[in-house]
Design a binder for this molecule. Structure first.
Ligand code: X2X
Length: 351
């Protein structure tokens, strides 16, 4: 009798203790914020929303993440995302490496002109040694990295004339992102460049404050770039990956099963978003994948632009080489800032 009372008391204590531990370990916020520079219709925005939806689904509704599109939590200041996620004023993030590249210098690896000649080379860097080194730098400042996504290969548009050579860019003024390497590149090509947040860029196109800009196809379609710019040149000079991440302390506050759900959701959403971003750029590959794996039909951004009267120029390898030669000094200035070891690892990864 006495023994069974003691046993019962011990069981009760254990159950009570377990409830205490788990109860204390995980008290989710009612809502977690997520920073996204663009709006919900961009491939990037669709991918961010997909991550939020998958997190809710996979955590059984315990973790609710709300995307704040258009950098609304940062008053449009897209280059401040890393600081905000780092200090915990924002919890989650789906952001371009460009928008953190003035803070985390090694992210300029992806901004080196013509470094990555194909999607295959992009994937090799992300999954390779250079990718690991970059992730380590991102995590140093208190942002847990969970997956890669992709804004895309950035193509150049303008309102004046066709661009086939650097000489065609002389005298044109371009809006570029707020990262110094972009100013350096456009100056090296003989153009004029002004950095501006995306929130202000579309007004600048409307008002003709600038003659041109550079962005991937999904961005161009959403803002209907053909309403301002008649000429698009596919030069594939850089590609900006997206970082799916979360504030490190927020990450640590999640128990293991919740962490796994969020991690899985990020990888799934990242893969889906990359598929969207690559449609009609990698031939039929991603269009097919989108159909078979996700049951969705892709929108052909290039066909849409052409139908609106845009002149789309594809460059020959010889024409690309002229741009490369002009941009060679960028490597001399920027590889030391990125870190020679990361650059060398990237070159090795791409082999
Ligand atoms: O500002 C841009 O050009 C954009 C939307 O591509 C980024 O956020 C890097």
């Amino acid at each position: 009798m006495k023994r069974s009372v003691i046993a019962l008391a011990m069981v009760l204590l254990m159950v009570f203790g377990a409830v205490q531990v788990f109860g204390q370990a995980f008290k989710p916020k009612a809502e977690y914020t997520m920073q996204v520079n663009v709006g919900p219709l961009y491939d990037w925005g669709v991918g961010a929303q997909r991550w939020a939806d998958l997190v809710k689904e996979k955590t059984g509704g315990k973790v609710v993440v709300k995307p704040y599109f258009g950098s609304s939590l940062l008053a449009g200041k897209q280059t401040n995302w890393y600081q905000a996620v780092s200090d915990g004023s924002i919890d989650f993030v789906v952001e371009s490496t460009i928008n953190a590249s003035s803070v985390i210098k090694c992210l300029n690896l992806f901004n080196l002109p013509f470094l990555m000649p194909s999607y295959e080379s992009v994937d090799k860097i992300e999954q390779g040694k250079a990718g690991q080194m970059v992730i380590k730098e991102i995590e140093k400042g208190g942002v847990k990295f969970l997956a890669w996504g992709e804004n895309g290969f950035r193509q150049v548009t303008n309102s004046k004339h066709e661009i086939k050579a650097p000489a065609d860019m002389v005298g044109l003024k371009f809006r570029v992102v707020g990262s110094p390497i972009f100013i350096d590149m456009f100056k090296a090509l003989g153009a004029d460049a002004v950095s501006m947040s995306w929130a202000d860029a579309v007004t600048a196109f409307q008002q003709g404050v600038v003659d041109g800009q550079e962005n991937p196809k999904s961005v161009l379609t959403v803002v209907k770039i053909w309403e301002y710019h008649k000429y698009l040149t596919n030069w594939y000079y850089v590609l900006d990956p997206l970082v799916f991440g979360v504030n490190a302390n927020v990450w640590k506050s999640f128990p293991a099963d919740i962490q796994k759900a969020i991690q899985d959701a990020a990888l799934e959403a990242g893969e889906y978003e990359k598929t969207l971003a690559r449609t009609f750029v990698d031939g039929t590959k991603s269009v097919e994948k989108l159909k078979t794996k996700y049951g969705e039909t892709a929108v052909d951004a290039y066909a849409a632009a052409r139908a609106k009267g845009m002149v789309i120029t594809d460059l020959t390898p010889a024409q690309i080489q002229v741009f490369k030669d002009k941009l060679a000094p960028i490597y001399d200035k920027w590889v030391p800032q990125i870190g020679k070891a990361i650059y060398d690892a990237a070159v090795e990864d791409m082999k």
